[in-house]
Design a protein around this ligand. Structure first.
Ligand code: ADP
Length: 187
């Protein structure tokens, strides 16, 4: 088991996907986005994809058991065993957080902090197909209710680094790398 094992948190619209792509390259650890995995499953029409579709359309979270199966399978792949992981979009609930911490070791969790009003405006502006105002608000409410307590689990384990997510993407990357290197120096 080697490589860097990271969890990246951030509200929808906080720039998490962009930062994860850069961090994945920087640390050489596979970027595992559960949102991307589920969208691929929907496109393929797989069993998980068929279950996922209605939840995703409503901006609702899938049941923890489904997500845990998906993530457990993915973490067993060779690339993860060799190079670690950068989890994006998982865990999203306290149940998922506890299960992840039971399943594997995590070096650090980073939270890209951008205020709710800022991300709401950004998402309304970018207008992805599923970004109607109702769905955006539903997702942000789910984040506050479900994911903020999950982030607190990592804080309780002494694993959390909160990083200011305002500024240029490069500025945010520099802050993230500094925070992560403080935890995994020599990894
Ligand atoms: P968002 O656009 O909300 O940032 P993602 O692209 O990460 O979301 O995921 C899209 C959708 O996939 C979510 O709204 C949710 O329905 C589902 N999903 C992704 N990750 C999880 C998870 N860890 N637990 C439950 N549902 C998830």
């Amino acid at each position: 088991m080697s490589g860097v094992r990271l969890v990246v948190f951030g509200r929808q619209g906080a720039g998490k996907g962009t930062q994860c792509a850069v961090l994945s390259e920087h640390y050489g650890a596979p970027h595992i986005s559960t949102g991307d995995m589920l969208r691929a499953a929907v496109a393929e029409g797989s069993e998980v994809g068929r279950r996922a579709q209605s939840y995703m359309d409503a901006g609702k979270l899938l049941p923890d058991e489904v997500m845990l199966d998906v993530v457990r399978d993915r973490l067993a792949h060779d690339d993860v065993v060799e190079h670690g992981f950068l989890l994006d979009g998982f865990p999203r609930t306290v149940g998922q957080a506890e299960a992840l911490l039971d399943m594997t070791t995590v070096d650090a969790a980073v939270d890209i902090d951008v205020p709710v009003e800022v991300v709401r405006e950004r998402m309304l502006g970018r207008g992805r197909d599923d970004d109607t105002p109702e769905v955006i608000d539903q997702r942000l409410a789910a984040y506050e209710a479900e994911t903020v307590p999950a982030i607190e689990r990592f804080a309780a384990h002494g694993l959390l680094e909160r990083v200011d997510g305002l500024g240029t993407p490069d500025e945010v990357t520099a802050r993230l790398v500094a925070a992560i290197d403080g935890r995994v120096a020599g990894a």
